[in-house]
Design a protein around this ligand. Structure first.
Ligand SMILES: Cc1cc2nc3c(=O)[nH]c(=O)nc-3n(C[C@H](O)[C@H](O)[C@H](O)COP(=O)(O)OP(=O)(O)OC[C@H]3O[C@@H](n4cnc5c(N)ncnc54)[C@H](O)[C@@H]3O)c2cc1C
Length: 351
């Protein structure tokens, strides 16, 4: 059980900036995300595409924005719990909230910030009976650590940019797999031109193979997959031997358990008071794409505004010993101290 001032559900741009804003209010936060990395849609759906409407940042990629948000929140060292979905929220008699994740981690939080975006991202799985039991063994939906792939036969199922990017990343590892085979129903991949050119170069060099076919079955030795069975438009099925299978057929968001937490919803979004982003449950806020109020726009800059309002409101509820007023990061010595800056606000770290 982790006791905390604030639990943030979702590590997208809204959740990361929420952690920063709570830090400025001296509210310690933990963040949970079902993905194995932070960044939400920016990282999962368009990591290398440019964004042009972040205020004061003429252009940055999804990946760059996420890195900057993480760096900005660093002084407050939010606890990060990745690869687990928050599945339950229940009120405690003392006014706190009890949350539980799919990994069994429990939190007791004085406030909750739901920054769940368009839902928990789930990998699209291969629909083959019995295959799921190899998850946690040698069936993966996110590229495993390079050490697990070194010298192994890796098969990657998928034809989109996720699959292509995984093949490139695996091939570029210092100790790459012994073989990399992309499995797709046709010899045509969808990714940006630069990645497609890099893939072709690896194919030409014999470092990546392509197997055309539809996975319809598998073979196993005990608790490990040993091969995929591929069906073809013509001709008999074939077998593809493998040590590790990575399925990269994209992600699909699922609102999941939070739809059952007793929160008012409109258009599959959580209804909040636009002045504070508070839901009807005391101490529970919703920020970013997941919330709804008149005039709501699903934009990153709106998420930043919402996280700021929610942090101020939570500070008034939780920081009873301090009068909560607007303070500027340029001039407030309290904020400089929290950010670990020199007393004069210079960027040198405080000793
Ligand atoms: C292709 C594309 C391009 C875009 N371009 C722009 C742009 O140029 N400018 C702009 O402003 N916006 C853009 N957007 C929209 C922008 O990405 C979203 O507004 C933004 O990501 C919302 O941030 P968020 O943190 O609210 O949600 P998300 O980014 O969706 O993050 C939510 C996170 O919560 C996690 N989560 C959900 N439920 C749970 C749970 N129960 N337990 C644990 N984790 C959970 C999810 O896995 C996810 O990581 C674009 C979107 C797309 C798809």
């Amino acid at each position: 059980m982790i006791e905390t001032d604030a639990l943030i559900v979702g590590a997208g741009p809204a959740g990361l900036f929420q952690a920063f804003q709570l830090g400025l209010q001296e509210i310690r936060a933990h963040i949970v995300d079902v993905l194995p990395h932070v960044g939400g849609q920016c990282a999962a759906l368009y990591a290398d595409k440019p964004i042009y409407d972040i205020p004061g940042v003429p252009a940055c990629t999804g990946r760059e924005l996420v890195a900057a948000l993480q760096q900005q929140a660093e002084p407050f060292a939010p606890g990060l719990h990745l690869g687990q979905e928050v599945t339950a929220l229940a009120a405690e008699p003392d006014g706190r909230w009890r949350l539980v994740t799919s990994s069994g981690q429990a939190f007791l939080a004085r406030s909750v910030f739901i920054a769940a975006g368009i839902g928990a991202f789930e990998p699209r799985r291969l629909r083959i009976d019995g295959l799921a039991r190899f998850e946690g063994a040698n069936l993966h939906h996110h590229l495993p650590d390079a050490a697990l792939l070194a010298g192994r036969a890796l098969a990657i199922v998928g034809g989109g940019e996720d699959a292509v990017a995984a093949a490139l990343q695996a091939a570029r590892a210092a100790a790459p797999p012994s073989s990399i085979t992309l499995v797709h129903r046709k010899d045509a991949f969808e990714a940006d031109a630069r990645d497609l050119a890099a893939l072709q170069a690896l194919r030409d060099a014999g470092r990546v193979q392509v197997a055309i076919g539809q996975p319809t079955g598998f073979g196993a030795d005990g608790d490990r997959l040993t091969h995929l069975v591929l069906s073809h438009a013509e001709g008999p099925d074939t077998r593809l031997a493998l040590d590790r299978l990575l399925v990269r057929q994209g992600l699909s968001p699922r609102l999941g358990a939070l739809a059952g937490w007793g929160l008012a919803m409109e258009r599959k979004q959580l209804v909040v008071d636009p002045a504070s982003c508070a839901t009807a449950l005391p101490g529970v806020y919703a920020v970013g794409d997941v919330n709804h109020y008149p005039g709501k726009k699903k934009l990153i800059l709106c998420a930043f505004h919402e996280a700021t309002l929610a942090a101020y409101d939570a500070a008034e509820r939780l920081q009873t010993a301090r009068k909560v007023v607007v303070e500027y990061t340029t001039t407030s010595t309290r904020l400089h101290r929290l950010l670990g800056l020199a007393a004069d606000g210079g960027t040198a770290p405080r000793r």
